[in-house]
Ligand binder design. Structure first.
Ligand code: FCB
Length: 442
């Protein structure tokens, strides 16, 4: 069986962590959290497998201490988690749910007691339904609403956080949710998409400004990237790949680091962006202390008939995960080298998510997820290759600590190092968890 490269194979101080997010594990039905756009999206037929929701999820809300013990016992240095906006502000604005804020307070203390660095993401997709009613990410006011939420978190937790990123994977919040309609709020509208994507940038920059003003340090961003390749070596495929890549891989990082949007995206977005968008770049380019990369897969791109962007995905030749995502570790080293060269320079980079879904089952109380060990090993080797090529990569977070609510896939996409029985909620560390523990020994 493949072994994971040990801690000693990475530079001194390289950080290892496990990642989760609030709606996917906590149990949003507990503790006075307000309704979110995910609850209503899931309640609409055809959006989520089995119409499942995060109402109970892993019940991390009550079992957090046991879960943090698992993080610590694996030898991780850090834990990446998120705060639910609707748990803290059930209406999105106004009255704070004290119970919700207390929960995150206990969680952060629990991390510090276990010697773990708390790496917070402020928003991982559970927009309060009351704000969705007002247009959600399409409404420019969302940047201020998000700034106000950020201030509440900063004032309560800011003195004990190790790092903060405002928004997880803005591409998913913008494009996947407003153009492809596959995530909440499930729109398929280019104008909604252009405005949501711009407001995501503005909200990101606004939150960074609030955090700095509140004295919180070590601030970054977390974006997702795919290794985009032409399905065939034709000029049409290359052109389609450039458009796909500009939307997926360049839009947000280019805005944050270079203060502009890619030409290839403006071809489609220009008529739909809100008036005066160019004037927001001073806010959007607020300096960052680090940049986080979520990486899972490669995509083969071909042209498609119809309006902009005219791209289609084709199946590729490499082995796939249980969700049909091609496994392509070299895409990770390629992206790291490219992003450092084109955007981030000397800014420290982190892999903030990486992992795979498998149809994991318990047999005699054990889960032998050899495929996941091989996946993690190959991607950690890709990290080492990038470091050897001069990329200032400073850490790696595995997605995910626990099997959890995989959004539109419901509970079917198991990504955990720890198996969760969604009936009994019992946690069972998989073989991959034990492999990680061995690799992280000092
Ligand atoms: C990422 C999300 C995370 C999880 C993984 C599999 O896009 O950030 O919540 O769903 O994919």
């Amino acid at each position: 069986m493949t072994a994971l490269p040990p801690r000693q194979a990475f530079p001194q101080g390289f950080l290892f962590g496990a990642a989760t997010s609030s709606y996917q594990i906590e149990g949003h039905g507990f503790g006075g959290a307000g309704p979110t756009h995910w609850d209503t999206f899931a309640a609409t037929p055809g959006n989520v497998k089995g119409a499942e929701t995060g109402a109970r999820a892993c019940d991390h809300y009550h079992r957090w201490a046991e879960d943090l013990d698992l993080v610590a016992a694996a030898g991780f240095d850090s834990y990446r988690f998120s705060t639910s906006w609707a748990r803290v502000l059930p209406e999105g604005r106004g009255a704070v749910n004290a119970e919700g804020l207390d929960f995150y307070d206990r969680l952060v203390d629990g991390l510090l007691e276990r010697g773990l660095k708390p790496a917070l993401t402020l928003y991982h997709w559970e927009l309060p339904a009351a704000l969705s009613d007002l247009g959600g990410w399409r409404n420019r006011d969302v940047a201020q609403w998000f700034g106000d939420f950020t201030r509440i978190i900063a004032q309560r937790l800011g003195d004990r956080l190790w790092s903060v990123a405002p928004i997880n994977e803005p591409w998913c919040v913008g494009w996947l949710s407003h153009f492809l309609g596959l995530h909440a709020p499930g729109l398929r509208d280019i104008r909604a998409t252009a405005r949501a994507m711009h407001h995501l940038c503005l909200a990101h920059g606004t939150a960074i400004g609030v955090l700095r003003a509140e004295g919180v340090s070590n601030l970054g961003a977390v974006c997702n990237f795919e290794y985009a390749l032409p399905a065939e070596d034709t000029p049409e495929c290359h052109a389609a790949t450039r458009r796909y890549d500009a939307i997926f891989n360049r839009f947000f990082i280019e805005a944050m680091f270079l203060g502009r949007y890619p030409e290839e995206v403006l071809e489609g977005f220009a008529p739909h962006l809100p008036k005066g968008w160019e004037q927001d770049f001073p806010t959007i380019t607020a300096p960052l202390d680090w940049f986080g990369i979520n990486y899972y897969t490669a995509k083969r791109i071909a042209p498609a008939p119809g309006p902009w962007p005219g791209t289609a995905e084709r199946p590729g030749p490499l082995p796939q995960t249980a969700l049909g995502w091609e496994i392509c570790p070299e895409g990770l080293s390629h992206l790291l080298i490219r992003l450092r060269r084109d955007y981030t320079g000397t800014t420290p980079l982190y892999i903030t998510e990486n992992g795979m879904a498998a149809e994991d089952r318990l047999r005699d109380g054990r889960c032998l997820d050899a495929d996941r060990i091989a996946y993690l090993a190959a991607h950690l080797q890709a990290c080492r290759a990038a470091i050897a090529a001069g990329v200032p990569l400073a850490g790696y977070y595995a997605w995910s600590l626990l099997d959890n609510y995989e959004w539109a896939e419901g509970y079917s996409g198991r990504f955990g190092l720890v198996h969760v029985d969604f009936e009994s909620l019992q946690r069972t560390p998989k073989a991959s968890y034990h492999a990680v523990r061995k690799a992280l020994e000092r």
